[in-house]
Design a protein around this ligand. Structure first.
Ligand code: PEP
Ligand code: MG
Length: 325
């Protein structure tokens, strides 16, 4: 099976009835770019830059960040990369001193909230990204955006940093695109407003499930409630995809749901044309895409909302997926 998966590396992720899907990779370190390319990824859909902080006992300097981002950009050659700004806090704390002690960190000062509260750190990171993508395309993505005010403030900081750099004589990116993670139900509910202020969105199902179901994504005692197949979660995902597609704004899914072949097919049936998953998951997802007709999975996706529970959705999807095997 492994040999077969390597064989399909250079084949497109295209359904039997001719719809192409863009398969991207999630990475944490530059060294993972090689495995993305080996698995036939068409780019990086989620670069989790906070891992540079998590591995260190001090704050990385602008120069260190620049070198690291540059390495990712260079080793991808001309393939696109979505660089997500720091998503620290909650489950990603490492040994950092800058984080507050909070009694409810998943609902606390994390991700974009933390970056906006620590503008010095945020600006350094944005400088490093803009420099690393000088004269190339830069796709910046903000995590855990909950309000339009956060998005606008983050964009304003980015604009100021870009202007500073230009004054210093650093050539700007040839193209700058700004996107947001959709991973808080409030963002889904307001997405018809957000969508006009972004160039792309990426649905972060890991956190979207957590915040929709009010279930800590790492807590084994409530793990049975944590499901991307819960109809409530699926409604939010569908709503997000529909709004993005209607506005013709690029939408991808970068949570773990993209990594499970049957679920990935459901997402495609719901209208997504770009998935980002850990590199190791890509060949199996591609193989699944190449074995189905989009029309069939659109029909399956349309029936999913007849069910009341995650279990029923699981069973239905499993049955449809095993029909393929
Ligand atoms: C997500 O929340 O789905 C996501 C992709 O981001 P992370 O897992 O890094 O929180
Ligand atoms: Mg997340």
């Amino acid at each position: 099976r492994a040999a077969k998966l390597t064989e399909i590396r250079d084949l497109p992720a295209i359904t039997l009835d001719g719809t192409q899907v863009c398969l991207l990779a999630n990475i944490e370190f530059p060294s993972e770019v090689a495995s993305c390319l080996q698995r036939g990824a068409e780019g990086v859909g989620l670069y989790r830059t906070e891992f540079l902080y998590l591995g260190a006992d001090r704050e990385p300097t602008e120069e260190e960040q620049f070198q690291t981002y540059r390495e990712v950009v260079n080793s991808l050659h001309d393939l696109p990369v979505i660089m997500r700004t720091l998503d620290l806090g909650a489950d990603k704390v490492g040994s950092l001193q800058m984080l507050e002690r909070e009694s409810n960190p998943f609902l606390g000062l994390r991700s974009i909230r933390l970056s906006l509260r620590q503008p010095r750190i945020f600006r350094i990171q944005l400088r490093a990204m803009l420099r690393a993508a000088s004269e190339r395309t830069l796709k910046v993505m903000f995590p855990l955006v909950s309000t339009l005010h956060e998005l606008r403030t983050a964009r304003m900081v980015l604009r100021q940093v870009a202007e500073d750099l230009e004054e210093e004589g650093v050539p700007p990116p040839a193209k700058l695109e700004v996107g947001m993670m959709v991973e808080v139900p409030a963002a889904v509910l307001m997405l018809d407003h957000f969508i006009h202020e972004v160039d792309f969105i990426s649905i972060g199902t890991n956190d979207l499930i957590q915040y929709t179901m009010a279930v800590d994504r790492g807590n084994e005692f409530v793990a049975d409630l944590y499901s991307g197949h819960d109809p409530a979660v699926l409604r939010l995902i569908k709503q997000s995809i529909d709004i993005a597609n209607q506005a013709q704004v690029e939408v991808s899914v970068c949570g773990e749901m993209s990594a499970t072949p049957a679920t990935a097919l459901l997402l495609i049936g719901l209208g997504v044309r770009a998935l980002s998953a850990p590199p190791a998951a890509l060949p199996a997802v591609k193989q699944a895409i190449r074995s189905v007709r989009l029309e069939d999975w659109q029909q399956i996706a349309s029936r999913i909302f007849d069910f009341d529970t995650a279990r029923e959705v699981d069973a239905f999807l499993q049955a449809r997926f095993s029909d393929l095997l």
